[in-house]
Ligand binder design. Sequence first.
Ligand SMILES: Nc1ncnc2c1ncn2[C@@H]1O[C@H](COP(=O)(O)OP(=O)(O)OP(=O)(O)O)[C@@H](O)[C@H]1O
Length: 371
Amino acid sequence: MGRGRQPGKDLSCHADELSKYACTRGTDVLVRDGSCFLRLLQERREVPTVAPGSTPDIDERDTGRVVVAVGGLTRSGTIPAMIEIRDLTKTYGKVAAVRDVTFTAAPGRVTGLLGLNGSGKSTTLRILLGLTRPTRGVALINGRRYRELDHPVRHVGAVIEQGLSHPGQSGYAHLRTQALLGGFPRERVGRLLEYVGLEDAATKRTGDYSLGMKQRLAVATALLGEPSVLVLDEPVNGLDPPGMAWLRDLLMAHAAGGGTVLISSHLLAELEHFVDDVVIIGQGRILASGTLAELTGTARLRVRGGDPERLAAAFEHHGATVAPDGPVLFVSGLSLEQVGDIALAARVPVYELVAEAQHLEDIFMSVSEAR
Ligand SMILES: Nc1ncnc2c1ncn2[C@@H]1O[C@H](COP(=O)(O)OP(=O)(O)OP(=O)(O)O)[C@@H](O)[C@H]1O
């Protein structure tokens, strides 16, 4: 939805679009006659095509505030929680842990912040959660810093480190204490322990929990306030395959229900199974970002021919990027037809020509090497 959008035009934009739009402008969204509209936004469904007789109106004022009007009553509300990281920089002495990092994590989607150890993931998430002060830039949840949120644990659930529970306490006692501190009903404790699969270990000391069980307890703690935003730093560490599948299903369900999930990991192959959006970070900088489909959708071509060196030179001459792997060349930037034609013109026989979808690890390697 851009500046050119005229009042009175069809309002059938997607909630995502509106959220992103409002977030990048740092605005609230004001919804008039919006009970249905707002509910739909919160549920992350499509904004309704407006009923006959009502006039949709999207108006953008100089303040940057977005006004969405469908006639009748005026109602204001915030859009479902959007995370916005803008121009974030954190330096420790001469070390820049993160530098000019900008990205968003949208409601209804799982966003993966992916990078190697030491790339700046934890620093970014810690700033988002108000645990570390940025040198420059902002990290916002629904346009506000974490500390500015009313009752932040009701908005944001965080899994950032293990060992937050006392090792002598049982899982139940830990969660009960957290519920008391947060003012959440006691009934949630049992339900959550069941939800994360710890009901049989509820009375066991958390000091005797496996790494995977500690992760489950951390997730239960994060869910106590029924937050719409989940922020998880390396939560898949220590999880076995069933644990991994459990977490994947839980996070996907959270996003499907309209929640916002931001998860960091260095395990690119694992995350590829369930992230919608990807932010790749390396040495504190964003190396690539986009939807998973955008990043992995561009096929590279696997080419095996009679004279790999000559073929590679011919492809590069036509602007392709070529990564040799023994007798095989991985070619980006050319179509299958172009590869066939170039090989023919170079008089090199081709024995194998396959379009391969890329994996996140391939993308990661290529963007890291390009730097
Ligand atoms: N408190 C600190 N003091 C000094 N340097 C720090 C501090 N915190 C982080 N760093 C440095 O900032 C860089 C990024 O660290 P960060 O922990 O954010 O990376 P990460 O991607 O989360 O890595 P890991 O997966 O290993 O936790 C590293 O070089 C790290 O040594």
